[in-house]
Design a protein around this ligand. Structure first.
Ligand SMILES: [Fe+2]
Length: 204
């Protein structure tokens, strides 16, 4: 049976997000990969013949539900960490006249207006993800808030930017009431070239 393999990320020292926080977070990411594999293994074991598939049907179906949580947890974190690789020399200003920035301005008027809207989205109460995606079929961006890892994921869109708003992302560096500071730090460290790259890929 095929298995998922955890990816490694080359994340330099960040401003406002400690190395310890990133290290712990990467361990959590590896947990999602491990459990996505374990669930598949267990479903396989329990479905090996018609009798055991029948006897274990409730358990199998519940594990299949659980798989979405683990799989999306794996994917969300891969989007998240690769945005923090190779940072430190670029900012959103680098993107002036870039296709991504121009498209954002077409959608929201100004880059700053979009940034404020996305930041407000990220401060949704609860644990989950603030995600900017591109809906190619309708040539437009869409925002979504994903509860946990999987509830509220949009179909057939490409993720352009994903911000982890689980407390484990910031609790070592910020109090829960200060999570907006973590959002600021995230944007300060964000590798905009990666965002541009994702957008260019979906547009082509
Ligand atoms: Fe996370």
């Amino acid at each position: 049976m095929k298995t998922f393999t955890p990816r490694t990320f080359n994340i330099p020292e960040l401003k406002g997000i400690s190395k310890k926080s990133i290290d712990i977070h990467i361990n959590l990411y590896e947990g999602y990969v491990k459990h996505a594999n374990l669930i598949n293994e267990k479903i396989d074991e329990m479905s090996k013949d018609p009798v055991s598939a029948e006897v274990n049907s409730y358990a199998i179906n519940e594990m299949q539900r659980r798989f979405s949580f683990e799989f999306d947890g794996m994917k969300n974190h891969e989007y998240f960490f690769e945005q923090l690789e190779n940072v430190g020399h670029l900012s959103s200003l680098t993107l002036i006249d870039s296709p991504f920035r121009v498209a954002i301005e077409e959608e929201w008027g100004t880059f700053d207006t979009w940034m404020k809207r996305f930041t407000a989205l990220s401060l949704t109460r609860g644990i989950g993800w603030a995600i900017l995606s591109y809906d190619k079929a309708n040539s437009r961006f869409v925002h979504s808030w994903v509860d946990e890892q999987h509830i509220g994921q949009l179909s057939n869109v490409e993720v352009i930017l994903a911000l982890d708003m689980w407390e484990h992302s910031y609790f070592l560096d910020y109090a829960p009431a200060e999570k907006s500071k973590y959002v600021e730090a995230f944007f300060e460290n964000l590798n905009w070239v990666k965002i541009e790259e994702r957008f260019t890929k979906v547009k082509n």
